[in-house]
Design a protein around this ligand. Sequence first.
Ligand code: ASP
Length: 331
Amino acid sequence: MKSKIAFIGTGGTIASIGATNLELQDYGANGVMLQASEILAKFPEAQHFADVFAVDFKAIASPAISFPEWKSLVLLCDDLAAKHPDLAGIVIGHGTATLEETAYFLSLTLKITIPVVLVGSQRPASALSTDAGLNLANAVRVAASPDAVGLGVLTLLNDEIHAARDVAKTSTMRLQTFRTPDFGALGHADGDAIAFYRRPIRRAYPNTEFDIRTLDALPRVDIAYSYAGADGTAVRAFAAAGARGIIAAGFAPGFTAPGDFTALEAAVKQGIIVMQGTRVGSGRTHKGKRLREAGFLITDNLTPQKARILLALALTKTSDPAEIERVFLEY
Ligand code: ASP
């Protein structure tokens, strides 16, 4: 018997229809984005691998996705799992722009136990040689795989399976854009098999301490991007806007320009949690003497956009820097 899989659509390139099949860049201008049921009708091959049913949710570009959609997705996944006790997994179609952020957020907050796989595409569903259909079919196969249980939220594009915590979009246009820079993919969706080779060890759903289901918003956390000559203006603006946390996306291996550093030190004195990360996309930061004396924490090896999510969730539970450090070591 085939496994039962739910396919939730949120929009993105995987849902987009351009004016012609050669429209590879400006397809958004055509203004046509499909709901999940329409995507599934266009790529019925996904049904070959599982009994897939569509859940129409949104059809929007992923730069517009943030906490309200994330909360709705958590509740929707709860609901699907409750209504379908035989559900084997959930696939979520998503724009690639914020796909890794939604994946990590869900990986930290879902309360269900079945696999959840985020899928997108680099070429619109209407394009010649689109990757939308095969990515969808492969995501369904991964979600139906018993080996995908307990790995946290996964992503599937270009035949590669990645862990939500570690994956990043690394190229604007290449099909192989989703990479895990330091560690590589967890496995592959090959023609003959879903093959896993590694398991992530950091905590992920359902074994997490975060429950956002009754929250209306996340605590404000901003990202201050460092560059030669940065003078702290952005940091001061974030503090004035009420940031409870600031991620310093600094130079590798973990510094900011002097003007930013002074502003960040002042932010710590105002009670804002400041975390030193890097803008380079891979590697850990290290809490050396200067950072310790300034009262900064470190983001471990999370990208600034992932550290922002984890800090915001940590701040829903605590403002204690020691507790926040523990969270960053466990997740
Ligand atoms: N504009 C798209 C988005 O919704 C990009 C994509 O899906 O690749 O993120």
